[in-house]
Design a protein around this ligand. Structure first.
Ligand SMILES: Nc1ccn([C@H]2C[C@H](O)[C@@H](COP(=O)(O)OP(=O)(O)OP(=O)(O)O)O2)c(=O)n1
Length: 115
């Protein structure tokens, strides 16, 4: 049986997409959210994400040695990348959930599991 936490159940790509649309509308920022601007903003956030790992050497899964504040920072930068990605997909009229599910199927055909 699959058990979801309340947090996970409450959040879908569509929910996030709607929140981002409302966020942009409320600030009259839709004019800035063009595909190219969003792509550049996302790449900028990927750079900030990379900075967190820069010079640390290899990192153990689960980040057991990291300070809570560093983990929080990581969560924020991951979120920034995701938010711009979702917004970019939305502005380009791509259903990201659907496209991702299709890509997972395609990947499974291209890379079959070990017999
Ligand atoms: N025109 C904009 C500007 C910001 N945001 C949202 C999406 C991101 O989640 C976040 C990015 O904000 P900042 O540009 O202030 O970047 P950071 O939060 O990374 O701040 P800093 O660069 O100071 O660390 O705000 C947005 O949707 N549209």
């Amino acid at each position: 049986m699959l058990i979801f936490t309340k947090k996970a159940m409450d959040t879908s790509l569509k929910d996030l997409s709607k929140k981002l649309e409302e966020f942009a509308k409320a600030r009259d920022w839709e004019q800035y959210h063009s595909p190219r601007n969003l792509l550049l903003a996302m790449v900028g956030e990927v750079g900030e994400l990379a900075e967190i790992f820069q010079w640390r050497g290899e990192v153990t899964r689960g980040l057991p040695d990291w300070k809570e504040s560093d983990k929080e920072h990581l969560g924020e930068e991951l979120s920034d990348v995701l938010l711009y990605l979702i917004r970019l997909a939305d502005i380009c009229d791509i259903d990201l959930g659907d496209a991702t599910n299709k890509k997972i199927v395609k990947n499974a055909i291209k890379y079959p599991p070990k017999p």
